[in-house]
Design a protein around this ligand. Sequence first.
Ligand code: HEC
Length: 130
Amino acid sequence: MKKILLLSTIVTLAVFCQRDPYREGSRLYAVHCSNCHGENGQGLGELIPPLAQADFITQYRDELACILVNGLNDTIVVNGKTYFGQAMPANRELSDIQVTNILNFIQHSWGNPKQDFTLENVRALLSRCP
Ligand code: HEC
């Protein structure tokens, strides 16, 4: 009986994960990011840069993990628009796995280029944050 229960749990989990592998990233995005960057990654006017089809995501791919964890207070150009004066807060409580899941959710949303990050990738990037 226990075995059947365990097996059905595993099958359910597998089906769940297959249906939406970015579910955890999507949930974390809703909690930590969407307030500012918007439900559809659209950003907010002159204040908050977009994540949807943002050239920054590709150009600064190796910076993204550190930005998520440590925040950002800089002058940046995203899709030809300059953003400054608004800081992005740090998210130091996020685990390496959570950072990976958020990044991959962003990569696979809103027409972004679907270039996955592996956990090893993210760990290496986080070990070199400025
Ligand atoms: C309080 C508002 C706020 C929250 C919450 C926030 N950000 Fe930001 N984010 C900003 C601002 C403002 C900037 C630009 C900062 C600057 O100009 O230095 C930014 C910049 C960025 C950038 C680089 C520019 C771009 O648009 O590609 C990325 C990537 C990013 N944020 C991702 C995230 C993710 C992922 C989360 C959730 C973990 C998040 N942000 C949470 C406000 C926020």
